[in-house]
Design a binder for this molecule. Structure first.
Ligand SMILES: *[C@@H]1O[C@H](CO)[C@@H](O)[C@H](O)[C@H]1NC(C)=O
Ligand SMILES: *[C@@H]1O[C@H](CO)[C@@H](O)[C@H](O)[C@H]1NC(C)=O
Ligand SMILES: *[C@@H]1O[C@H](CO)[C@@H](O)[C@H](O)[C@H]1NC(C)=O
Ligand SMILES: *[C@@H]1O[C@H](CO)[C@@H](O)[C@H](O)[C@H]1NC(C)=O
Ligand SMILES: *[C@@H]1O[C@H](CO)[C@@H](O)[C@H](O)[C@H]1NC(C)=O
Ligand SMILES: *[C@@H]1O[C@H](CO)[C@@H](O)[C@H](O)[C@H]1NC(C)=O
Ligand SMILES: *[C@@H]1O[C@H](CO)[C@@H](O)[C@H](O)[C@H]1NC(C)=O
Ligand SMILES: *[C@@H]1O[C@H](CO)[C@@H](O)[C@H](O)[C@H]1NC(C)=O
Length: 826
């Protein structure tokens, strides 16, 4: 075989191993359960300590089945169709301490097969077709438990060598075929330790030889449904005389035989057995047993279930510490019989199917624990101090699942040490409007769920400084009592106020609950959860707000949720899945680990019956929408800014356009009030006044000039003045061109306005006077003027040549409209 085949081989097997067995703890614990395997896979490391190989197909166990697994101590071979076990089958797994062979149809067991297992402690041969306990296991000296239930064993005789097995503690023989127990069957058992549990339940016992168990010490004896008839049980119990057993369990699992009223003495045999604890369970219809407790009076624990106990049955227990009467069909709490039991510590009377009356329990000084739940008790007045008199040690009181309990002004007087108080599903009268619990400074647990309470007084829980767990589900709150009622409950860790019809909670409701870990508010009508963010609940780890009316949770609340939150149940709320809720939905998607049932967070949609999950919501779509909106906004702003810049930059031209439009519209109605409008820079004012005005206005005929500083109307804007008074109010325009003129924005504006105006009017009514030479370069800046000068004639001023005469004649010619302009030659 070359190296590649070897590698391929290894790869194949390591893959195969991963497919066949489950690793539970690396190198230590593997499970190959139910893989239809007929061999131990190579992938199981030799260091394995626990191997579950149940529900496979092994058929015959022999040496080659198991590789050497020296550390294996637990091997489960349940239901592997094993038919035979060879002598050396377990040779390679010698260090097993637990071997489970349950449910194999074994027909052949090699006589020495178990003897290699010197360290075995627990051997399970349940349902393997065993017919005898005579197994070859001399070497199994460390054996502790031998479970051989559900076989066909007829005799409980243990092999004699087992008497030296010091650690042996359990022999389970349930559901075998043992009908007779003789003295010599129990010899070995009697010689063994005093700490053995013997289970003989569900055997068809007919006869026990009297004295077969005499002087035997057992830790526990279970003989439920172990006798074929009442008579057999009667005789059988008597035959057990002299047995010492710590815990005796008897009664019936099945309705296999009926105990009649006439069988009054059938429990008498118990009187000759020494036991401390007795459990008597009956599964079927109740049986009236008058003297049921006669032989149990020396027991410390008595538990009776399903047995009909007549009213007034005597209970003269001497040493009793714990008494359980379950489903006993009592009409009345047997207060008279139980009073004055000075040793009683724990009393449990539950599941009576009748309406139970109550008699006081008086003078039971050691009573600590009393459970009277599920009894249909109705207690109309002063429940607890008058029910329990002289029971100063009471720490646990359970009155749940009854009908009604009333409290009075005495509250819990005399029960100051109560730690646990449970009234759930029992109507409790008087607690909501008073501070009846105020003396219970040790109370740790209070359950008044579904107790028809209306909390109307903020001092209901006054004084409960040790309270750890408070359950008040299914009750009501008046007005804003919930805001103050939890004040001072500084030890509270667990608060259940589900189904209390709460609409809103004030953040200060929980201000003192710094240690709160669990808060259940399911099934209320809450719409906002602000109180979670603003109550300083640092320790909170679990919050349940399922089945409320929460449509949204704002981001600031989500961000302020307690840091150590590990369970947050938000299911069954009408979450509004819209783009305005992307924060919440993103939070839901990101925190699925924390959220309980994240898939149950359903969006409320317009159509009622759709169940669209919040986790399926497409947040990207919202993000895109947002993006597009932002982009459009930016574009819009940019356009506005650009427009503003343009408007600012070209404000004159725009104004000018407006004016043109306006002027054009009203042009024809205007009468000219001036002959000429003079456009000039104010620096040239002296020349204008001295030369132009002087010569023209005072000439003949006088030419009326329009000068901006003199003739513009006050109060009108400059542009309006230019257009109304100047250009439109005058027949001609005289432009005085100078260095200053070129530099002045206003002058340029006026000139261009005039020029375009006359272009529109198709008149060439502009007279240009060049006052001083202007550089060509500068002139070119004013395209309009430059062009005009090139295509039209103009006047040029020089100190001596521009005579008034010329001007005069020039002015005269203005009157003649058809004349274009003076053609003057200088
Ligand atoms: C179990 O394995 C055997 C062969 O080892 C095969 O014949 C049988 O069909 C398998 N059964 C199942 C349920 O896979
Ligand atoms: C039982 O134990 C002894 C000593 O520990 C050993 O020599 C003997 O081989 C064991 N018996 C079997 C059947 O393995
Ligand atoms: C149980 O034992 C009796 C004898 O004591 C025998 O007749 C009967 O067949 C056995 N039952 C089974 C199921 O082995
Ligand atoms: C008796 O056996 C039980 C296990 O069944 C064990 O926990 C207990 O310690 C043993 N007591 C004595 C005294 O050996
Ligand atoms: C209860 O114990 C006393 C002795 O402590 C004994 O005399 C009496 O017979 C015992 N009663 C029963 C029913 O075991
Ligand atoms: C009170 O009894 C009821 C019914 O038996 C049980 O469910 C509940 O857990 C008990 N309360 C406490 C605090 O143990
Ligand atoms: C809380 O304690 C303060 C001071 O001890 C007290 O004044 C107040 O009444 C208490 N409030 C409640 C609701 O118990
Ligand atoms: C949160 O949990 C961590 C670790 O479990 C713990 O160290 C820390 O103190 C907790 N924070 C609060 C506020 O309880």
């Amino acid at each position: 075989m070359n190296i590649f085949t070897l590698i391929a081989f290894m790869v194949f097997f390591s893959i195969g191993a991963e497919e066949t067995c489950t690793k539970i703890t690396e190198n230590l614990h593997y499970s190959c359960m139910g893989r239809n395997l007929s061999y131990i896979p190579l992938s199981i490391p030799s260091s394995v300590q626990k191997l579950d190989f149940s529900f496979n197909v092994l058929k015959y166990l022999q040496k080659t089945v198991f590789p050497v697994l020296s550390f294996l101590h637990l091997l489960d071979l349940s239901r592997c169709y094993i038919k035979g076990i060879e002598n050396d089958a377990f040779y390679n797994v010698q260090n097993l301490t637990t071997l489970i062979l349950t449910g194999n149809p074994i027909t052949h067991i090699g006589p020495g097969c178990f003897n290699t297992l010197c360290n075995i402690q627990r051997l399970m041969l349940v349902d393997v077709g065993l017919t005898s306990l005579q197994l070859h296991m001399n070497n199994l000296t460390k054996l502790q438990e031998l479970k051989v239930g559900t076989n066909n064993i007829q005799f409980m005789t243990l092999p004699s060598f087992m008497s030296t097995f010091k650690d042996f503690t359990l022999l389970d023989l349930h559901a075998n075929n043992i009908s007779i127990i003789k003295n010599y069957h129990t010899v070995v058992l009697r010689e063994m330790s005093r700490n053995i549990t013997l289970i003989l339940s569900r055997n068809p016992l007919l006869h026990i030889e009297p004295g077969a168990f005499k002087g035997m010490y057992l830790r526990k004896l279970d003989i439920r449904s172990s006798f074929v008839s009442v008579a057999a049980q009667n005789v059988g119990l008597n035959a057990l005389y002299g047995l010492y057993v710590k815990r005796l369990i008897f009664g019936k699992f099945w309705d296999d035989y009926k105990i009649y009223l006439s069988d009054t003495d059938f429990l008498d045999g118990l009187c000759s057995i020494y036991f401390q604890e007795v459990y008597y369970f009956i599964k079927d219809k109740p049986n009236q047993q008058d003297n049921i407790f006669r032989c149990m009076i020396n027991a410390t624990n008595v538990s009776v279930k399903g047995v009909l106990i007549p009213n007034g049955a005597s209970m003269p227990f001497y040493k009793i510490k714990e008494l359980n009467l379950i489903s006993s069909h009592l009409d009345i709490l047997p207060g008279k019989q139980l009073s004055h039991l000075h040793t009683l510590e724990k009393l449990v009377i539950t599941h009576n199917n009748k309406v139970l009356g109550v008699e006081r329990l008086v003078d039971i000084p050691k009573l600590q624990y009393i459970d009277l739940s599920s009894n249909q008790i109705t207690w109309y007045f002063d429940c607890c101090p008058s029910l329990l008199i002289g029971t100063p040690q009471i720490r646990y009181l359970n009155l749940s699942l009854n009908l009604l309990v009333s409290l009075s002004d005495r509250g819990f007087e005399g029960l100051d040490y109560l730690e646990i108080l449970d009234f759930h599903h029992t109507r409790v009268v008087g607690i909501g409007f008073n501070s009846y619990l105020s003396n219970l400074k040790y109370l740790r647990y209070l359950d008044v769920s579904y107790s028809s309470i209306t909390f109307g007084n903020i001092y209901c829980f006054y004084g409960l400084s040790s309270l750890n767990v408070l359950k008040i589900a299914g009750n009501n709150f008046q007005r804003d009592v919930s805001r103050y009622i939890f004040n001072n409950l500084t030890s509270l860790e667990h608060l259940d106020m589900s189904y209390c019809r709460i609409v809103e909670l004030h953040p200060s409701s929980f201000k003192d609950l710094q240690r709160l870990q669990l808060l259940n508010l399911s099934g209320n009508k809450l719409m906002i959860l602000d109180f979670l963010a603003y109550s300083n609940l640092n320790k909170l780890t679990s919050v349940y707000v399922a089945k409320n009316s929460i449509t949204s949770i704002p981001l600031n609340v989500l961000q302020k949720l307690p840091t150590n939150l590990s369970v947050f149940d938000l299911s069954s709320n009408p979450i509004d899945c819209s783009c305005s809720q992307t924060d919440l939905i993103l939070w839901i998607i990101e925190n699925q680990k924390v959220l309980k049932e994240p898939n149950d967070i359903i969006c409320t949609m317009l159509s009622a019956n759709s169940d669209f999950r919040a986790t399926d919501f497409d947040v990207d779509r919202c993000v895109n929408k947002k993006r597009i909106t932002i982009i459009i906004l930016i574009c819009f702003l940019t356009v506005i800014v650009i427009l503003s810049i343009i408007v600012y930059r070209f404000q004159f031209y725009l104004q000018y356009c407006c004016i043109l439009l306006r002027g054009y519209r009203s042009a024809r109605q205007q009468e000219c009030s001036y002959d000429a409008f003079v456009i000039f820079s104010s620096y040239d004012e002296v020349w204008v006044m001295n030369e132009l005005v002087e010569n023209l206005e005072n000439g003949f005929p006088p030419i009326q000039l329009c000068l901006h500083m003199r003739d513009f109307q006050a109060g009108k804007s400059i542009t309006s003045n230019i257009i109304d008074e100047g250009i439109m109010g005058s027949r001609k325009v005289i432009v005085v061109v100078s260095q200053h003129f070129i530099e002045s924005a206003w002058c340029r504006f006026e000139f261009e306005l005039a020029q375009s105006w006359f272009v529109m009017e198709r008149n060439a009514n502009i007279i240009i006077i060049i006052l001083e030479d202007v550089e060509e370069k500068k002139m070119k800046k004013m395209i309009g003027l430059h062009k005009h000068l090139k295509t039209n004639t103009y006047l040029k001023w020089s100190r001596d040549t521009l005579s008034s005469e010329i001007l005069d004649s020039a002015a005269k010619s203005y009157y003649c409209r058809k004349t274009k302009i003076l053609h003057l030659n200088f």
